[in-house]
Design a protein around this ligand. Structure first.
Ligand SMILES: Cc1ncc(COP(=O)(O)O)c(C=O)c1O
Length: 466
């Protein structure tokens, strides 16, 4: 903790900093939570522009840029497998998974990070770079910075998963944890970067980052030349922008489909407005996609290359993570699983019978979060069901309920009974159960069985209630 406090109180929040419209509040200050190298005298009232991301003059990344990046990062970043999925039959499409979660630090972000670091001038490489990131971009920069001998400072918001913070420290990066969200972390990083001569690296919008991410598209076309469509999760827009440029240049007919979580739809808002706009971002399983304002370069690069955007529900992201574990033996984080979630949710029916590449672009998920996600996924599939039923409080009432549940092959995981709160009948007891079923149909059979024997049954089955 370094004995420092924990809040950032710039009233406009760093949100505006992300948007590039920091208001000049004299009382703005950041109190640090924790860090390797804390600057207590930093002036956070000044607006620090990012010269590489200028909304008035966006940089459109070209196919040549992506090709140059591919040449440069060869040998430094894995060419991840792109293999036919077991799920192809189930969804009536040839599904190939591009497995970038297998990169050393667990995400595609290494592509852009490696390229950017390799392009620094000698003097900048000596001074170093700084970035704000909740996870994957920070990890990728930290790792390749160590390999290429470039000092890296990462500013991570306090909501960043502990595992990612520790992993950055492990790569010998200077880590500062501050700000409630990415916007606030970015405000601090911009100010510190200016003061110390460190170049700020936007993780989804610096042109070299976008070009680097595009190398995923180049690999996909080499690995699955007959693809009809590619589904790509979208946060700030760097991955879809770079990959779309590569894919469309080499195969203009290929459909590019972007996926956002229902809790962060900033790219669709930006496409509708024609420029990046601030959107509300809620808590999402796909933390990598939770970007309130997309990148202006990414947006400009993507225009005209994206055929469709879809919004996935959180319960389907959980389900996708579960399916990937069970059927593909792959641990993928929420952001990385969003593409499959779109297929499971039925948002791309036009792809039936087609060859579709789905980017599984990150695998960094906290183990504790994974446990909760698996339960949500099971619940979304009707395989973990919570219900309540009022039974007789006479001897044998609960035993009879347990037998009825067991007789149809349902397994009780948790059972709790409440007597005191029931107002209807003093000889009744409300029993709440969490049970394991085979599938949704089995769960429905359980519901029918309960309704047949008991007059008061509460049965939430809908995946949307998860
Ligand atoms: C795993 C994962 N997938 C997708 C994305 C979205 O990438 P972009 O911000 O370039 O749109 C991110 C961003 O951090 C991510 O970590």
């Amino acid at each position: 903790m370094n004995g420092k406090q924990a809040t950032m109180t710039a009233e406009n929040g760093g949100h505006d900093a992300v948007n590039g419209h920091v208001s000049h509040k004299k009382d703005a200050h950041i109190d640090l939570v924790n860090g390797d190298d804390i600057d207590e005298d930093l002036d956070l009232t000044e607006e620090v522009p990012d010269p590489y991301c200028d909304e008035k003059n966006p940089h459109v990344v070209s196919f040549n840029d992506v090709s140059a990046a591919a040449y440069k990062i060869k040998g430094g970043v894995e060419k991840s497998p792109c293999s036919l999925s077991q799920m192809s039959k189930q969804y009536d499409m040839q599904i190939y998974f591009k497995k970038d979660f297998l990169q050393y630090t667990g995400s595609f972000k290494e592509r852009g990070a490696r390229y950017l670091l390799s392009q620094l001038s000698q003097s900048q490489a000596k001074k170093g770079v700084i970035a704000a990131s909740a996870g994957n971009h920070a990890l990728a920069l930290a790792y390749h910075g160590r390999l290429l001998n470039v000092p890296v400072t990462v500013v991570m918001p306090i909501c960043a998963p502990m595992m990612k913070v520790e992993a950055c420290r492990h790569q010998s990066a200077t880590v500062v944890v501050t700000g409630f969200d990415l916007g606030e972390a970015k405000r601090y990083a911009m100010a510190l970067g200016k003061k110390r001569g460190l170049m700020y690296v936007n993780g989804y919008d610096h042109p070299h980052i976008v070009a680097g991410q595009g190398t995923m598209g180049l690999e996909i076309i080499e690995q699955v030349p007959h693809l009809d469509a590619c589904i790509i999760p979208v946060g700030g827009g760097g991955l879809i922008a770079g990959s779309a440029i590569a894919l469309k240049a080499l195969k203009p007919g290929v459909k590019i489909i972007g996926v956002e979580s229902e809790r962060s739809t900033s790219f669709q808002a930006a496409l509708a407005a024609g420029h990046p706009v601030r959107t509300h971002v809620g808590q999402t399983l796909a933390d990598g996609l939770a970007v309130p304002v997309v990148g202006c370069n990414s947006l400009a690069t993507s225009l005209g290359h994206i055929d469709k955007m879809v919004t996935v529900r959180e319960s389907y992201i959980a389900l996708a993570i579960l399916r990937l574990i069970e059927q593909e033996k792959a641990v993928v984080e929420g952001a990385g699983a969003a593409g499959l979630a779109a297929i499971i949710e039925g948002l791309v029916p036009e792809l039936k019978g087609k060859t579709v590449v789905v980017a599984l672009c990150g695998g960094n998920i906290d183990t504790t979060a994974l446990g909760r996600v698996i339960e949500r996924g099971l619940a979304a599939e009707g395989r973990l069901v919570r219900f309540g039923v009022t039974v007789s409080d006479r001897p044998g009432g609960i035993a009879e309920l347990a037998k009825r549940i067991a007789d149809i092959g349902v397994s009780i995981k948790d059972i709790l009974h409440e007597r005191a709160w029931l107002q209807t009948d003093v000889f009744s007891v409300m029993v709440r159960c969490v049970v394991e079923t085979r599938d949704m149909e089995h769960a429905r059979q359980l519901e029918r069985e309960m309704r047949k024997h008991y007059s008061h049954v509460e049965f939430p089955l809908d995946a949307s209630t998860v």
